[in-house]
Design a protein around this ligand. Structure first.
Ligand code: CTP
Length: 477
């Protein structure tokens, strides 16, 4: 889609726009974007509007921020920006602003050379969180660590990408935080090269650039124009921040179109259920939803169309995923059935096995000398209902088995009793620390055997499971 540029706006209109933007604490560009979004939200039937004129109605700041959240495709996506050491680093400050205006969360790493041009302080202030500079900083290793910096982002942007950084990437060097993260990441990488034209044209840089292209790295720029060195002109200027944002959005779109699960629809259940006893009490369990949410996020990152059906959790909705929130097992079944058909369904939720036969309409009061007797009835088994469905059964149905003893044996029994294709069995005894923790040790139990995976983070389990599902759906089952 072509970008939109509006020229020849008269001074009075410009002034009005500036005042509105200042009133809402936005840039003028963001103000116009929000006005267009609220126009589109108010007249959805119009489809994409052909009129870019400002509306006479003035939406409240609350209304504009609501519509921004509802319509922004970027909401929740995490960008890792690596700032290299070049004069173009000053443009990276504007890039941070442009990304944050669009709803991206931005983390930054500055190389040692970058800190001669911009400071961690100004970068941190614009990101809204500390900037990272040192591979051997015990605080940041304890806090996030370079492996998590590498993995927890949806994309890594290197801007400016200097000749030195590109050379390190092409040869797999990792002697500082930026290069170590670039070597450790499994996320798409977008480079915005910037350097003197002689450096850009040098045989070594040409060779490194060709290697990076062959490795699947995306590039925006460099552009032609004035160089920082007085009187020099040529190719080597870093792309403008808005060009970088546009290139990043197309890199996301490319991944959605070419990822290993592109074109596949995946349903994931996650979290606990709450089964009401009365208006203030419920039966629940200790599930945090971390594993199910990580699976939904990994499936979306692999290009799938993901529907996450989640019980009550304290986690943000994963980026790029359609999340349906439910409370009870019966609501979960209804939401899952409504989401069918799908290519695969992964049941990571800890569904309550029972609910009370009747939910009291009023709060149950204490009675002197007596305790209430709760009659329980069994909940529907969401996994078994889908796995045994006569129509619309997904090609691959994966269950989880939360066990406190005889983990593999119990999982094998569940594989048979539920009618699913795989069971991810995990030990949820209190000693394992799995319930609510970040680590998981699982066994993939299928009709062809048992595979025990080494202990790893729930994010890693999610990525491995998604890679296996992609291979199975591609026929390598
Ligand atoms: N499950 C489900 N609906 C239920 C109960 C469980 O969809 N009402 C799914 C879970 O999401 C999980 C699998 O079934 O994928 C196994 O759940 P688990 O709690 O381990 O087993 P249960 O079937 O509840 O059996 P038990 O409590 O006896 O171990």
């Amino acid at each position: 889609m072509p970008s939109l540029t509006i020229r020849n706006i008269d001074e009075a209109l410009k002034r009005q726009l500036r005042l509105r933007a200042a009133h809402h604490g936005h840039s003028v560009e963001e103000e116009i974007r929000q006005m267009l979004r609220s126009m589109a939200a108010a007249n959805p039937a119009d489809g994409p509007s052909h009129s870019a004129g400002p509306t006479a109605r003035s939406p409240s700041p609350a209304a504009t921020s609501r519509s921004a959240t509802a319509t922004s495709p970027s909401s929740g996506k995490q960008v890792l920006l690596i700032i290299g050491g070049g004069i173009a680093a000053y443009k990276s400050l504007d890039l941070i602003r442009r990304l944050r205006e669009r709803g991206f969360a931005v983390r930054c790493i500055l190389t040692a050379a970058a800190q001669h041009f911009v400071t961690p302080f100004s970068v941190g202030a614009l990101c809204g969180q500390r900037a990272f500079t040192d591979l051997f900083d015990p605080m940041s290793e304890f806090d996030v660590g370079h492996i998590r910096l590498a993995r927890d982002s949806d994309i890594v942007i290197v801007a400016p990408a200097t000749a030195d950084l590109m050379a390190k990437m092409a040869h797999g060097l990792a002697d500082d935080l930026a290069s170590a993260v670039l070597l450790a990441t499994d996320k798409p990488i977008l480079l915005a090269p910037a350097m003197n034209r002689f450096m850009w044209e040098h045989r070594a840089t040409r060779h490194n650039f060709a290697q990076l292209m062959a490795d699947g790295v995306s590039v925006v720029g460099p552009n032609e124009g004035e160089m920082a060195e007085s009187g020099e002109h040529g190719i080597g200027r870093m792309a403008e921040p808005l060009e970088i944002v546009a290139a990043m959005e197309s890199a996301f779109a490319r991944n959605a179109a070419t990822g290993p699960l592109a074109g596949k629809r995946i349903i994931v259940t996650s979290g606990p259920t709450h089964e009401p006893i009365d208006p203030v009490r419920f039966i629940a369990n200790r599930s945090s939803g971390k594993q199910g949410h990580a699976i939904a996020e990994a499936a979306a990152a692999a290009g799938a169309d993901v529907i996450l059906v989640s019980g009550p959790v304290h986690l943000p909705d994963p980026p790029g995923v359609k999340t349906t929130k439910i409370e009870t097992a019966r609501e979960m079944l209804t939401a899952v059935e409504a989401a069918l058909p799908a290519d695969a369904a992964i049941f990571a939720a800890a569904v309550g096995d029972w609910r009370t036969a009747d939910t009291a309409r009023q709060k149950i009061k204490k009675i002197a000398g007596g305790t209430p007797q709760l009659a329980l009835v069994e909940n529907p088994d969401v996994l078994a209902s889908v796995a045994r469905a006569k129509s619309k059964r997904p090609k691959l149905v994966v269950g989880f088995a939360a066990e406190t003893e005889h983990v593999v044996e119990n999982a094998q029994k569940k594989l048979a009793s539920k009618g699913c294709d795989w069971i991810m069995a995990n030990d949820v005894s209190s000693e394992s620390g799995v319930m609510g923790g970040d680590q998981n040790a699982v066994h993939l139990v299928s009709h062809s055997g048992v595979e025990s995976w080494p202990p790893q983070s729930k994010d890693e389990v999610a990525r491995h499971l998604i890679a296996r599902i992609a291979a199975a759906l591609a026929g390598e089952k």
